[in-house]
Write a protein that binds this ligand. Structure first.
Ligand SMILES: [Zn+2]
Ligand SMILES: [Zn+2]
Length: 350
């Protein structure tokens, strides 16, 4: 089978002919129909993230090994199953939960394999979906698509799930103001999710009026252009000067993070999600005096993916797939994503 693999970071992916894995026990071999092209794939390809003071945080220091087949947003058809798989049948369409853990650490024991101490995520720590087929370690990581389109379902496993987790962690109550910073793919997904699972007033912050208009169409009540005005003042203006009960920062860089913190009302919660890099200087007395909660969110747990797929099936959320590539075009897909040309999601159809 063909797979597009990162052999060395910063060098073009190579299309390799690799052996077809044979599923054993509860393993499942899935024929990939759609693999989402995600910003994390770019970080893998580039070999890391920008940390404080421009220090580069290498993925290899976090246990990633190359060569690697990337791709963690995988939807496809069951091709073959190990002898102990139950509840699924050959030819069934499924979405793969990629955030797999080793199964025994404190996070895994409460079903949060996405934050496992020794992660084994597909497309990051083991071969993923930029391939004709992918070996899924257990049928317990599969969600039935039941009629959902594989191309629009693929990104639910990553950006959708991340947005879902972030909205849940923000914990906005009816009547609260929930600020969403960044109207990219994640932010727009979060607006739709917040609209369907909370009764909060949703405010969205971005520098791009087109994206803000899209957020409004999808259900945001207030839009704030942070390029044209002071976003902190914008939030204060719509909250009688108190600030917001919850803020989700999907950018989370040195520019947005201080503003996100300053938008909070007393007892407010800031959920930090974006991986755009940088560092934040904290006014330490302010955190206790205003009783803030700062928390991070990284992807989400399997149970949340099941809930999210159910929302998608009820047409409560839509993900926009704007570009489709073949496996041979994997490098172009990453280049286009890097250049910022892709609106919504790009997918690879092997
Ligand atoms: Zn992703
Ligand atoms: Zn674990």
């Amino acid at each position: 089978m063909k797979a597009a693999r990162i052999i060395k970071t910063k060098e073009p992916l190579e299309i390799k002919d690799v052996g077809v894995p044979k599923p054993k026990n509860d393993q499942v071999l899935v024929r990939v129909e759609s693999a989402g092209v995600c910003h994390s794939d770019l970080h893998l390809w580039e070999g890391g993230y920008a940390g404080p003071q421009g220090v580069f945080m290498k993925v290899e220091d976090r246990g990633v090994k190359f060569p690697l087949t990337p791709g963690h947003e995988i939807a496809g058809t069951i091709e073959e199953m190990g002898e102990s798989v139950t509840g699924f049948s050959k030819g069934e369409k499924v979405l793969v939960y990629p955030w797999i853990g080793e199964g025994t650490c404190p996070a895994c024991r409460v079903g949060e394999e996405n934050v496992c101490d020794a992660p084994r995520s597909l497309g990051i720590y083991q071969d993923g979906g930029y391939s004709e087929m992918v070996l899924v370690p257990s049928h317990k990581y599969l969600v039935k698509l039941q009629g959902l389109d594989p191309n629009s379902a693929a990104s639910l496993a990553c950006s959708g799930l991340t947005a879902y987790t972030a909205v849940k962690k923000a914990g906005a109550q009816p009547g609260d103001t929930l600020v969403i910073v960044g109207a990219g793919g994640l932010g727009l997904m979060a607006v739709q999710i917040a609209k369907s699972i909370t009764n909060a007033r949703i405010a969205i912050v971005d520098i791009d009026d087109k994206k803000l208009a899209e957020a409004k169409r999808l259900g945001a009540h207030e839009v704030i252009n942070s390029g044209a005005s002071d976003s902190v003042k914008g939030v204060k203006d719509i909250t009688n000067n108190f600030g917001a009960e919850a803020v989700i920062d999907f950018v989370n860089n040195a520019k947005t993070a201080p503003n996100s913190l300053n938008m909070l009302r007393k007892r407010g919660r800031l959920v930090m999600v974006g991986l755009f890099g940088g560092s934040l200087e904290l006014n330490l007395p302010l955190i206790p005096l205003r009783a803030f909660t700062l928390t991070g969110a990284y992807t989400g747990k399997f149970a949340d993916l099941v809930e999210l797929v159910a929302l998608a099936r009820m047409d409560k959320i839509q993900s926009v797939v704007s570009r489709k590539f073949t496996l041979d075009q994997a490098n172009s897909a990453l280049e286009e994503l890097k250049s910022g040309k892709i609106i919504g999601r790009a997918v690879i159809n092997p």
